[in-house]
Design a protein around this ligand. Structure first.
Ligand code: NAD
Length: 336
Protein backbone atom coordinates (compact mmCIF):
# COMPACT_ATOMS: atom_id res chain seq x y z
CA UNK A 1 0.00 0.00 0.00
CA UNK A 2 1.25 3.46 -0.83
CA UNK A 3 0.82 6.05 1.92
CA UNK A 4 0.72 9.63 0.80
CA UNK A 5 3.00 11.94 2.73
CA UNK A 6 0.81 14.46 4.55
CA UNK A 7 3.48 16.21 6.57
CA UNK A 8 6.44 18.44 5.93
CA UNK A 9 9.40 19.16 8.13
CA UNK A 10 9.27 22.83 9.19
CA UNK A 11 12.67 24.35 9.91
CA UNK A 12 12.83 27.85 11.47
CA UNK A 13 16.01 29.85 10.91
CA UNK A 14 17.13 33.21 12.28
CA UNK A 15 19.33 34.31 9.40
CA UNK A 16 20.78 33.56 5.97
CA UNK A 17 23.95 31.94 7.37
CA UNK A 18 21.85 29.34 9.21
CA UNK A 19 19.79 28.85 6.06
CA UNK A 20 22.92 28.34 3.96
CA UNK A 21 24.40 25.68 6.23
CA UNK A 22 21.02 23.89 6.44
CA UNK A 23 20.79 23.86 2.63
CA UNK A 24 24.34 22.57 2.39
CA UNK A 25 23.55 19.51 4.48
CA UNK A 26 20.11 18.91 2.94
CA UNK A 27 21.24 19.10 -0.68
CA UNK A 28 24.64 17.44 -0.38
CA UNK A 29 23.30 14.09 -1.54
CA UNK A 30 20.51 15.12 -3.95
CA UNK A 31 21.36 13.91 -7.46
CA UNK A 32 19.38 16.55 -9.37
CA UNK A 33 17.94 19.90 -8.23
CA UNK A 34 16.06 22.68 -10.01
CA UNK A 35 15.55 25.94 -8.14
CA UNK A 36 12.75 28.32 -9.05
CA UNK A 37 13.30 31.66 -7.38
CA UNK A 38 11.19 34.82 -7.29
CA UNK A 39 12.88 37.61 -9.32
CA UNK A 40 12.46 40.02 -6.43
CA UNK A 41 14.81 38.05 -4.17
CA UNK A 42 17.95 39.90 -5.20
CA UNK A 43 20.53 38.55 -2.78
CA UNK A 44 21.10 34.84 -3.37
CA UNK A 45 24.11 34.57 -1.06
CA UNK A 46 22.12 32.17 1.15
CA UNK A 47 22.43 29.53 -1.59
CA UNK A 48 25.52 27.31 -1.43
CA UNK A 49 27.77 27.76 -4.48
CA UNK A 50 26.90 24.29 -5.80
CA UNK A 51 23.18 25.19 -5.95
CA UNK A 52 23.53 28.64 -7.56
CA UNK A 53 23.91 27.24 -11.10
CA UNK A 54 20.51 25.51 -10.86
CA UNK A 55 18.52 28.72 -10.34
CA UNK A 56 15.75 29.74 -12.73
CA UNK A 57 14.31 33.21 -12.02
CA UNK A 58 10.53 33.60 -12.13
CA UNK A 59 8.36 36.71 -12.22
CA UNK A 60 5.86 35.95 -9.48
CA UNK A 61 2.40 37.40 -9.08
CA UNK A 62 -1.18 36.14 -9.11
CA UNK A 63 -0.83 35.90 -12.93
CA UNK A 64 1.65 33.04 -12.49
CA UNK A 65 -1.24 30.90 -11.18
CA UNK A 66 -2.62 30.24 -14.68
CA UNK A 67 -2.52 27.29 -17.11
CA UNK A 68 -0.76 29.47 -19.67
CA UNK A 69 2.12 30.27 -17.33
CA UNK A 70 2.55 26.88 -15.69
CA UNK A 71 2.67 25.27 -19.15
CA UNK A 72 5.93 27.20 -19.68
CA UNK A 73 7.30 25.66 -16.47
CA UNK A 74 6.37 22.11 -17.57
CA UNK A 75 8.09 22.81 -20.89
CA UNK A 76 11.18 24.13 -19.14
CA UNK A 77 11.37 20.98 -16.98
CA UNK A 78 11.03 18.86 -20.09
CA UNK A 79 13.73 20.86 -21.88
CA UNK A 80 16.25 20.35 -19.08
CA UNK A 81 15.23 16.67 -18.89
CA UNK A 82 13.94 16.74 -15.33
CA UNK A 83 13.10 13.24 -14.14
CA UNK A 84 10.98 11.82 -11.33
CA UNK A 85 14.07 12.08 -9.14
CA UNK A 86 14.60 15.78 -9.78
CA UNK A 87 13.99 17.78 -6.62
CA UNK A 88 12.39 21.22 -6.97
CA UNK A 89 13.32 23.96 -4.53
CA UNK A 90 10.79 26.81 -4.62
CA UNK A 91 11.86 30.19 -3.26
CA UNK A 92 9.23 32.93 -3.15
CA UNK A 93 5.84 34.00 -1.86
CA UNK A 94 2.42 32.37 -1.95
CA UNK A 95 1.84 32.79 -5.69
CA UNK A 96 5.09 31.12 -6.73
CA UNK A 97 4.71 28.30 -4.19
CA UNK A 98 1.02 27.72 -5.02
CA UNK A 99 1.65 27.55 -8.78
CA UNK A 100 4.94 25.65 -8.81
CA UNK A 101 3.83 23.36 -6.00
CA UNK A 102 1.02 22.38 -8.39
CA UNK A 103 3.62 21.76 -11.09
CA UNK A 104 5.61 19.56 -8.65
CA UNK A 105 2.47 17.57 -7.86
CA UNK A 106 1.62 16.91 -11.51
CA UNK A 107 4.83 16.85 -13.56
CA UNK A 108 5.51 13.15 -14.26
CA UNK A 109 2.68 12.44 -11.78
CA UNK A 110 4.57 14.14 -8.97
CA UNK A 111 8.18 14.95 -8.15
CA UNK A 112 9.69 15.84 -4.75
CA UNK A 113 9.97 19.46 -3.69
CA UNK A 114 10.82 21.77 -0.81
CA UNK A 115 10.08 25.44 -0.24
CA UNK A 116 11.65 28.58 1.15
CA UNK A 117 8.73 30.98 1.66
CA UNK A 118 9.90 34.60 1.45
CA UNK A 119 6.77 36.64 2.26
CA UNK A 120 5.20 36.92 5.70
CA UNK A 121 1.95 35.54 4.29
CA UNK A 122 3.66 32.46 2.90
CA UNK A 123 5.80 31.88 6.02
CA UNK A 124 2.86 31.98 8.37
CA UNK A 125 0.13 30.50 6.24
CA UNK A 126 0.15 29.64 2.56
CA UNK A 127 3.28 27.48 2.50
CA UNK A 128 2.18 25.35 5.46
CA UNK A 129 -0.96 23.43 4.59
CA UNK A 130 0.01 21.19 1.66
CA UNK A 131 -2.39 22.99 -0.71
CA UNK A 132 -1.22 23.91 -4.19
CA UNK A 133 -3.37 25.83 -6.65
CA UNK A 134 -3.86 27.74 -9.84
CA UNK A 135 -6.85 29.89 -10.80
CA UNK A 136 -9.68 29.19 -13.24
CA UNK A 137 -12.79 31.40 -13.44
CA UNK A 138 -12.38 31.59 -9.65
CA UNK A 139 -9.43 31.55 -7.32
CA UNK A 140 -7.62 28.30 -6.54
CA UNK A 141 -10.16 26.17 -8.41
CA UNK A 142 -7.56 23.76 -9.77
CA UNK A 143 -5.07 22.30 -7.36
CA UNK A 144 -3.85 19.43 -5.28
CA UNK A 145 -2.79 18.40 -1.81
CA UNK A 146 0.93 17.81 -2.09
CA UNK A 147 3.34 18.29 0.79
CA UNK A 148 6.87 19.59 0.36
CA UNK A 149 9.61 17.60 2.11
CA UNK A 150 10.91 20.66 3.93
CA UNK A 151 9.65 24.18 4.53
CA UNK A 152 12.58 26.41 5.47
CA UNK A 153 11.41 29.58 7.20
CA UNK A 154 13.99 32.33 7.55
CA UNK A 155 12.71 35.60 8.99
CA UNK A 156 15.54 37.62 7.38
CA UNK A 157 13.67 37.59 4.03
CA UNK A 158 11.09 39.91 5.59
CA UNK A 159 13.67 42.74 5.70
CA UNK A 160 13.28 43.39 1.96
CA UNK A 161 9.52 42.89 1.79
CA UNK A 162 7.53 46.02 0.75
CA UNK A 163 5.30 47.51 3.50
CA UNK A 164 2.11 46.50 1.73
CA UNK A 165 3.22 42.87 1.61
CA UNK A 166 3.98 43.02 5.33
CA UNK A 167 0.46 44.35 6.01
CA UNK A 168 -0.90 41.58 3.83
CA UNK A 169 0.92 38.95 5.91
CA UNK A 170 -0.22 40.64 9.10
CA UNK A 171 -3.79 40.01 7.89
CA UNK A 172 -3.28 36.26 8.29
CA UNK A 173 -1.39 36.82 11.59
CA UNK A 174 -4.34 38.85 12.88
CA UNK A 175 -6.62 35.94 11.95
CA UNK A 176 -4.48 33.56 14.06
CA UNK A 177 -4.53 35.95 17.03
CA UNK A 178 -8.36 35.99 16.86
CA UNK A 179 -8.55 32.20 16.58
CA UNK A 180 -6.16 31.82 19.53
CA UNK A 181 -8.02 34.59 21.42
CA UNK A 182 -4.71 36.33 22.05
CA UNK A 183 -3.84 40.03 21.88
CA UNK A 184 -2.35 40.98 18.55
CA UNK A 185 1.12 42.48 18.17
CA UNK A 186 2.33 43.81 14.83
CA UNK A 187 5.97 43.03 15.69
CA UNK A 188 6.37 39.50 14.39
CA UNK A 189 9.34 37.56 15.75
CA UNK A 190 10.58 34.11 14.69
CA UNK A 191 8.83 32.75 17.81
CA UNK A 192 5.52 34.26 16.69
CA UNK A 193 5.98 32.73 13.23
CA UNK A 194 6.57 29.37 14.93
CA UNK A 195 3.53 29.74 17.19
CA UNK A 196 1.15 30.58 14.32
CA UNK A 197 2.76 27.97 12.08
CA UNK A 198 2.37 25.26 14.72
CA UNK A 199 -1.25 26.28 15.29
CA UNK A 200 -2.01 25.87 11.58
CA UNK A 201 -0.04 22.61 11.33
CA UNK A 202 -1.91 21.04 14.24
CA UNK A 203 -5.23 21.72 12.49
CA UNK A 204 -3.90 20.51 9.13
CA UNK A 205 -2.58 17.28 10.66
CA UNK A 206 -6.07 16.43 11.94
CA UNK A 207 -7.66 17.07 8.56
CA UNK A 208 -4.94 16.96 5.90
CA UNK A 209 -7.31 16.78 2.91
CA UNK A 210 -9.79 19.34 4.22
CA UNK A 211 -12.51 16.69 4.19
CA UNK A 212 -13.70 16.80 7.82
CA UNK A 213 -14.40 20.52 8.01
CA UNK A 214 -11.70 21.04 10.65
CA UNK A 215 -9.63 23.37 8.49
CA UNK A 216 -12.59 25.65 7.92
CA UNK A 217 -11.73 28.02 10.79
CA UNK A 218 -8.57 28.92 8.89
CA UNK A 219 -10.85 30.55 6.31
CA UNK A 220 -12.00 33.27 8.68
CA UNK A 221 -12.51 36.40 6.55
CA UNK A 222 -11.87 34.55 3.29
CA UNK A 223 -15.45 34.37 1.94
CA UNK A 224 -15.57 38.08 1.21
CA UNK A 225 -11.81 38.25 0.63
CA UNK A 226 -11.86 35.88 -2.35
CA UNK A 227 -14.84 37.73 -3.85
CA UNK A 228 -13.07 41.09 -3.48
CA UNK A 229 -9.93 39.77 -5.14
CA UNK A 230 -12.02 38.41 -8.01
CA UNK A 231 -14.45 41.32 -8.51
CA UNK A 232 -12.27 44.32 -7.63
CA UNK A 233 -8.98 42.77 -8.71
CA UNK A 234 -5.67 41.58 -7.32
CA UNK A 235 -4.08 44.97 -8.02
CA UNK A 236 -6.38 46.66 -5.55
CA UNK A 237 -6.37 43.91 -2.93
CA UNK A 238 -3.35 42.09 -1.60
CA UNK A 239 -4.58 38.77 -0.20
CA UNK A 240 -4.12 39.62 3.50
CA UNK A 241 -5.68 43.07 3.05
CA UNK A 242 -8.76 41.40 1.58
CA UNK A 243 -8.76 38.97 4.54
CA UNK A 244 -8.67 41.92 6.97
CA UNK A 245 -11.61 43.56 5.18
CA UNK A 246 -13.40 40.19 5.22
CA UNK A 247 -12.81 39.79 8.97
CA UNK A 248 -14.09 43.33 9.58
CA UNK A 249 -17.26 42.51 7.64
CA UNK A 250 -17.66 39.27 9.66
CA UNK A 251 -17.48 41.29 12.88
CA UNK A 252 -20.13 43.69 11.53
CA UNK A 253 -22.38 40.84 10.41
CA UNK A 254 -22.00 39.03 13.75
CA UNK A 255 -23.18 42.21 15.48
CA UNK A 256 -26.09 42.78 13.04
CA UNK A 257 -27.27 39.20 13.59
CA UNK A 258 -27.07 39.72 17.38
CA UNK A 259 -24.47 37.01 17.75
CA UNK A 260 -22.25 39.48 19.58
CA UNK A 261 -23.09 42.67 21.50
CA UNK A 262 -22.30 46.19 20.29
CA UNK A 263 -19.64 46.39 23.06
CA UNK A 264 -18.01 43.19 21.82
CA UNK A 265 -18.14 44.52 18.27
CA UNK A 266 -16.48 47.82 19.31
CA UNK A 267 -13.74 45.93 21.12
CA UNK A 268 -13.08 43.57 18.22
CA UNK A 269 -13.04 46.42 15.72
CA UNK A 270 -10.66 48.50 17.85
CA UNK A 271 -8.02 45.78 17.41
CA UNK A 272 -8.12 46.53 13.67
CA UNK A 273 -7.52 50.25 14.18
CA UNK A 274 -3.78 50.07 13.43
CA UNK A 275 -4.32 48.69 9.95
CA UNK A 276 -4.77 50.65 6.77
CA UNK A 277 -7.19 48.48 4.84
CA UNK A 278 -8.53 49.41 1.39
CA UNK A 279 -12.27 50.13 1.25
CA UNK A 280 -14.81 48.55 -1.06
CA UNK A 281 -15.54 50.82 -4.00
CA UNK A 282 -19.01 52.39 -3.92
CA UNK A 283 -19.23 51.51 -7.62
CA UNK A 284 -18.68 47.80 -7.11
CA UNK A 285 -21.78 45.74 -7.76
CA UNK A 286 -22.82 44.06 -4.50
CA UNK A 287 -24.68 41.50 -6.62
CA UNK A 288 -21.41 40.52 -8.32
CA UNK A 289 -19.73 40.16 -4.94
CA UNK A 290 -22.40 37.90 -3.45
CA UNK A 291 -22.55 35.85 -6.68
CA UNK A 292 -18.83 35.35 -6.44
CA UNK A 293 -19.15 34.43 -2.75
CA UNK A 294 -21.74 31.85 -3.75
CA UNK A 295 -19.41 30.31 -6.36
CA UNK A 296 -17.06 29.41 -3.53
CA UNK A 297 -16.50 25.66 -3.19
CA UNK A 298 -18.31 25.39 0.15
CA UNK A 299 -21.79 26.74 -0.68
CA UNK A 300 -25.24 25.19 -0.96
CA UNK A 301 -28.21 26.30 -3.12
CA UNK A 302 -29.00 29.94 -2.48
CA UNK A 303 -27.09 30.07 0.75
CA UNK A 304 -23.61 31.30 1.44
CA UNK A 305 -21.47 29.74 4.13
CA UNK A 306 -19.66 32.29 6.30
CA UNK A 307 -17.69 32.16 9.53
CA UNK A 308 -18.92 34.48 12.26
CA UNK A 309 -18.20 35.26 15.91
CA UNK A 310 -20.48 33.93 18.64
CA UNK A 311 -20.97 35.46 22.09
CA UNK A 312 -17.91 33.70 23.52
CA UNK A 313 -15.99 35.03 20.50
CA UNK A 314 -15.48 31.55 19.13
CA UNK A 315 -15.80 31.11 15.39
CA UNK A 316 -18.85 29.31 14.03
CA UNK A 317 -20.08 28.53 10.55
CA UNK A 318 -23.42 30.00 9.43
CA UNK A 319 -25.41 29.62 6.23
CA UNK A 320 -26.95 32.91 5.14
CA UNK A 321 -29.40 33.40 2.33
CA UNK A 322 -27.79 35.29 -0.56
CA UNK A 323 -30.39 38.10 -0.63
CA UNK A 324 -30.01 38.68 3.10
CA UNK A 325 -26.24 38.79 2.81
CA UNK A 326 -26.53 41.26 -0.07
CA UNK A 327 -28.63 43.56 2.14
CA UNK A 328 -26.06 43.50 4.97
CA UNK A 329 -23.17 43.99 2.57
CA UNK A 330 -24.90 47.09 1.12
CA UNK A 331 -25.32 48.48 4.63
CA UNK A 332 -21.69 47.67 5.40
CA UNK A 333 -20.39 49.50 2.31
CA UNK A 334 -22.46 52.59 3.22
CA UNK A 335 -20.89 52.64 6.71
CA UNK A 336 -17.29 51.65 6.09
N1 NAD B 1 -1.98 27.47 -0.53
C1 NAD B 1 -2.59 28.07 0.47
O1 NAD B 1 -3.00 27.44 1.44
C2 NAD B 1 -2.76 29.57 0.45
C3 NAD B 1 -3.20 30.26 1.60
C4 NAD B 1 -3.26 31.65 1.57
C5 NAD B 1 -2.92 32.34 0.39
N2 NAD B 1 -2.50 31.65 -0.70
C6 NAD B 1 -2.13 32.33 -1.95
O2 NAD B 1 -0.95 33.10 -1.74
C7 NAD B 1 -0.90 34.07 -2.80
C8 NAD B 1 -0.36 35.37 -2.27
O3 NAD B 1 0.96 35.16 -1.82
P1 NAD B 1 1.87 36.33 -1.25
O4 NAD B 1 1.05 37.28 -0.48
O5 NAD B 1 3.01 35.67 -0.61
O6 NAD B 1 2.26 37.16 -2.54
P2 NAD B 1 3.23 36.93 -3.79
O7 NAD B 1 3.84 35.60 -3.81
O8 NAD B 1 2.45 37.36 -4.98
O9 NAD B 1 4.39 37.99 -3.49
C9 NAD B 1 4.07 39.36 -3.36
C10 NAD B 1 5.20 40.24 -3.92
O10 NAD B 1 6.33 40.20 -3.06
C11 NAD B 1 7.51 39.90 -3.81
N3 NAD B 1 8.42 39.23 -2.87
C12 NAD B 1 8.35 37.96 -2.39
N4 NAD B 1 9.26 37.79 -1.42
C13 NAD B 1 9.96 38.95 -1.31
C14 NAD B 1 11.02 39.39 -0.47
N5 NAD B 1 11.52 38.62 0.49
N6 NAD B 1 11.49 40.64 -0.65
C15 NAD B 1 10.94 41.47 -1.58
N7 NAD B 1 9.92 41.12 -2.37
C16 NAD B 1 9.42 39.88 -2.25
C17 NAD B 1 7.00 39.09 -4.98
O11 NAD B 1 7.88 39.13 -6.07
C18 NAD B 1 5.69 39.80 -5.29
O12 NAD B 1 5.93 40.95 -6.05
C19 NAD B 1 -2.31 34.17 -3.35
O13 NAD B 1 -2.36 33.62 -4.63
C20 NAD B 1 -3.14 33.33 -2.39
O14 NAD B 1 -4.24 32.71 -3.03
C21 NAD B 1 -2.42 30.29 -0.69
Amino acid sequence: MITLNTKSQHIYLENREELKSTLESLYESKPSVVIFCDKNIEDLSFLPQTLQKHVKRIKASEKLKSFKNIKKIYQYLQKIKATRHTHLLLIGGGSLIDALGFVASTYLRGIPYSTIPTTLLAQVDSALGGKTAINLAGKNLVGSFYWPEQVLICSEFLNTLPDREITSGLGECFKYALLLKEPFNKEISLDTLKKYGNFKSQIVEKDPFDSKGMREVLNLGHTLAHALEKVEGFEKWRHGEAVLRGIHFNMFLSMKLNLISIEQFDKLVSSLANFEIPHLSLHTSIGKLTKSMQKDKKNHNNHISILLFNKTLDIEKFLIERKELKRYLKEYVRNY
